[in-house]
Design a protein around this ligand. Structure first.
Ligand code: AMP
Ligand code: MG
Length: 358
């Protein structure tokens, strides 16, 4: 077990669009001194420490109780800093960075010696991202160092998309939370490894496979873009099966809407006597009718607005946990890149995945 020295965690409000220099400087001083600061990004809240300071990186792992085999993402504020972190940047990676940075795309590239092995779980590659959130950018610039920042939650649990979520998991373990309101996208970045053989999507996110392909095609890079299978990329621990999990059991039904809703009704019947929660879009809740009144509900917004669904996903899981439900029911939504990211998170968060066919 890790010993925590009982750090008093301070919460400092910041304006998300125009963060005040005083708050940012306070946070930056903590990072420079080897401390930990949670901060908003456009994906989820990050738990940041100096990426080039091995002791600070070890503290990130301790605070999260994260397995040392799960590497961190290093955040930079200027594309020119990429060469401080990555020793080789293939043309295809440059083209992706140019198109999607600042934003929710993480590139896995050969690492520079300056990045401590603790940050990369001993791998010879490093994950790098240039976020778009003004608070994240201001903090990295003021700290004057790249910031390693995994999601600001306990290992394997639901990611944090608000400062309150961060406190639920990390109060007393980190020096500061910069509270800039809710994270924007709500699910983590798309992670891609770029090598001579092509572009491998290690984790789906807001940047879709189609968008990656279109960008590479336009930039004249004729290389394959593939979703990596777990066995093809054993070195990507973000593909850990259990991840993002609520405390309650999660029953996740995959398949076409009508069949999935019919199956959900049956599962709800079978769970009678247990405190059940529903994590579903508004139109599903309406379709389930009177069943809904007997359950606790976290609405995801309209099912055809995947941005709203992604934005509410983790807050919904945490709200159902806070309401004390024993089992949560959710179903797969279909659509573009974000649908794939949401499906990936729910599959890993689930205790049971049920596939229904037409
Ligand atoms: P998180 O910080 O929780 O958003 O997770 C970061 C994820 O990025 C990890 O769990 C890995 O899947 C992925 N990642 C980070 N560094 C590497 C790397 N060097 N090689 C492959 N995947 C990586
Ligand atoms: Mg995480």
């Amino acid at each position: 077990m890790t010993n925590f020295q009982g750090v008093a965690t301070e919460v400092l409000p910041v304006d998300a669009q125009h963060p005040g220099p005083e708050a940012i400087e306070r946070a930056a001083a903590i990072i420079r001194a080897g401390g930990l600061v949670a901060f908003p990004t456009e994906t989820v809240y990050g738990l940041g420490g100096n990426a080039l300071d091995a002791a600070a990186v070890r503290r990130i792992f301790a605070a999260k109780e994260r397995a040392p085999s799960d590497p961190l993402i290093v955040h930079i504020a200027d594309a020119a800093d990429l060469s401080r972190i990555a020793r080789e940047v293939p043309g295809a990676a440059m083209a992706l960075a140019r198109q999607f940075w600042p934003g929710p795309l993480t590139l896995v590239l050969p690492k520079q010696a300056a990045v401590p092995p603790e940050a990369t779980a001993g791998l010879d590659t490093v994950a790098v991202r240039l976020p778009s959130h003004p608070v994240a950018l201001a903090l990295i610039r003021a700290a004057g160092t790249p910031i390693a920042a995994p999601s600001a939650n306990r290992f394997t649990r639901t990611s944090a998309t608000t400062a309150a979520h961060v406190l639920e998991d990390l109060d007393g373990r980190i020096e500061l939370v910069l509270d800039g309101g809710p994270a924007i996208v709500g699910v983590e970045s798309t992670v891609v490894a770029v090598d001579a053989a092509g572009v491998h999507v290690l984790r789906p996110g807001a940047v879709s496979l189609e968008a990656l392909r279109a960008t590479l095609r336009e930039a004249g890079h004729d290389i394959p873009v593939e979703v990596a299978r777990p066995q093809a990329a054993p070195a990507s621990p973000g593909m850990l099966e259990k991840h993002y999990a609520p405390r309650a059991r999660l029953c996740y039904v995959r398949g076409p809407r009508e069949d999935a809703l019919a199956r959900l009704r049956k599962e709800l019947d079978a769970a009678a006597g247990q405190q059940a929660g529903l994590l579903l879009p508004d139109d599903d809740l309406a379709a389930l009718g009177d069943v809904v009144s007997a359950t606790t509900v976290a609405s995801l917004g309209p099912s055809d607005d995947l941005e709203a669904v992604a934005h509410r996903l983790y807050a919904g899981l945490r709200a159902l946990d806070a309401a004390g439900v024993e089992v949560i029911f959710a179903r797969q939504l279909t659509g573009d890149g974000l649908a794939r990211a949401i499906d990936d998170r729910l599959r890993r968060a689930a205790t049971t995945v049920i596939e229904v066919a037409e």
